[in-house]
Write a protein that binds this ligand. Structure first.
Ligand code: PMP
Length: 458
């Protein structure tokens, strides 16, 4: 099919995830056709540096032949095996064991999902079951952070706290509540790291007290808010929130769908703070985007309480046809090998430091209010007045314009609204590729800065 025909079919038939349906009917899709390492090639033959690892998932980079082989071998031998009715396949068993091995603390049980949204939904269902089984059936309220993202399933998207995921969908549910994001750059009530952490703890305590601790089940958070705009809490925030949850008698759930598998440096962001939550969700980097798969880690004490609390033989009615899919699991095993023995995690740590230093230099750019990063995850705040931290007026469509300039300059990244740019380059990047990313991004900022409209606005 030629490119124009493909774009036309796309306009006519494919409803894209999180898209404006109306705009989609008039859009020209950017058609991607192949990839190698940190680079993509589009249908017109342009080479583009992927500064976002697909959708923060292709951590090992594109075109790993060993992953293709692992998938092909598994497809040839056994393309599908259910986990229902006592059946199991070797890759799923091995992957569950390998994950338990690397997981923080006592997260030794793994439930496989197809991605992050159903991992979050699985946790919600298991928490309800846990409190029902342990005789606390009133504990049914859930708290998360404003600007948090926890997927777009029918229940989980209520814990997500971004307007587009609630508007028109009758969400959040009455049992879902949000406390403010710590958002250091725009936190008008707290300045120092200690104050920001203390404020979050106070806000959680106040919310639990308002709802009644006997009614609150859990607090959900990401170690770094991803889709909310790569908002990074002070070091110590995650551990402080875990301590607060313990004190309050509520469960602590960490959503590592983005931060898992080396994105911020350590294997899991929880590792950096010695945190071991009651539940942890992962997806994306688990298979590095080569096949769909997510997982829920369950702490031993939660698992035991459910297992022992149910009568022998009673089914836990939760599962998917593709839970523990053997091809995805075989891919996951090879991806884990690449992270560890293949040195990709180590490379990501080293290059992450270089990336943070180089990107940080953009703070001198007239449109940049803040550059923040941890490992290979970064956010850039766009402003039209640095001293006043002025958000760009929506009519300027600054984020959208910089994104478009980026693609023209051969670089993919992401814009969150009009005022934040996000980066998540593959962990396999070289320092030379980081240099190219910086050059291309700087040029994109300058291309937009020099337009008359922006000159008038700054
Ligand atoms: N949780 C977090 C923190 C995420 O970033 C995402 C996806 N961006 C999800 C859950 C949902 O994952 P999926 O898109 O695989 O359903």
């Amino acid at each position: 099919m030629n490119i124009d025909a493909m774009r036309e079919k796309n306009r006519q038939h494919w409803i894209h995830p999180v898209s404006s349906w109306l705009d989609q009917e008039h859009s020209n899709a950017k058609l991607l056709s192949s990839g190698k390492g940190a680079w993509l090639r589009d249908a017109e033959g342009n080479d583009i540096l992927d500064g976002f690892s697909g959708l923060w998932c292709v951590n090992v980079g594109y075109g790993h032949e060993s992953i293709v082989q692992a998938a092909a071998e598994q497809m040839r031998r056994l393309p599908y095996a259910t986990g229902y009715f006592g059946y199991a396949s070797e890759p799923a068993v091995k992957l569950a064991a390998a994950l338990a091995d690397i997981a923080p603390g006592n997260l030794n049980k793994v439930f496989f999902t197809l991605g992050g949204s159903d991992a979050v939904d699985t946790v919600i269902r298991f928490i309800k079951l846990y409190f029902n089984v342990t005789g606390k059936p009133d504990k049914k309220h859930f708290i998360s952070l404003q600007r948090g993202y926890h997927g777009s399933s029918s229940t989980g998207s209520g814990l997500t706290a971004l307007p587009a995921f609630h508007n028109g969908f009758d969400l959040p549910l009455p049992s879902q509540h949000h406390i403010p994001s710590y958002y250091p750059y725009r936190n008008s009530d707290a300045q120092s790291d200690d104050e920001i952490i203390a404020l979050s703890v106070t806000q959680l305590k106040e919310k639990v007290s308002e709802l009644g601790p006997e009614n609150v089940a859990a607090f959900f958070c990401e170690p770094i808010q991803g889709s909310g705009g790569v908002i990074i809490p002070p070091v110590g925030w995650l551990a402080a929130m875990q301590r607060a949850c313990k004190e309050l008698g509520i469960l602590f759930v960490v959503d590592e769908v983005i931060t898992g598998f080396g994105r911020t440096g350590p294997m899991f962001a929880c590792d950096a703070e010695g945190v071991s939550p009651d539940f942890m969700t992962v997806a994306k980097g688990l298979t590095a985007g080569y096949a769909p798969m997510g997982a829920v880690f369950i702490a031993d004490h939660i698992y035991r309480a459910i297992a022992d609390g149910l009568p022998s033989g009673e089914l836990v009615g939760h599962g998917f046809t593709y839970s523990g899919h053997p091809v995805s699991a075989a891919i996951g095993l090879e991806v884990l090998r690449l992270y560890q023995e293949g040195g990709i995690l180590e490379n990501g740590r080293k290059v992450g430091e270089y990336f943070g230093n180089q990107l940080g230099k953009l703070i001198d750019h007239p449109l940049v209010g803040e550059v923040r990063s941890r490992g290979l995850l970064a956010g850039v705040e766009l402003v039209t007045n640095k001293a006043l931290k002025t958000k760009p007026d929506r009519s300027l469509k600054l984020g959208e314009k910089i994104l478009a300039a980026g693609y023209q300059n051969g670089l993919i990244f992401r814009a969150f609204g009009d005022d934040i740019i996000g980066f998540a380059p593959p962990l396999c990047c070289t320092p030379a590729e980081i240099d190219q990313l910086i050059v291309k991004f700087t040029k994109s900022l300058n291309d937009v800065l020099t337009t008359k409209e922006i000159q008038n606005a700054i």
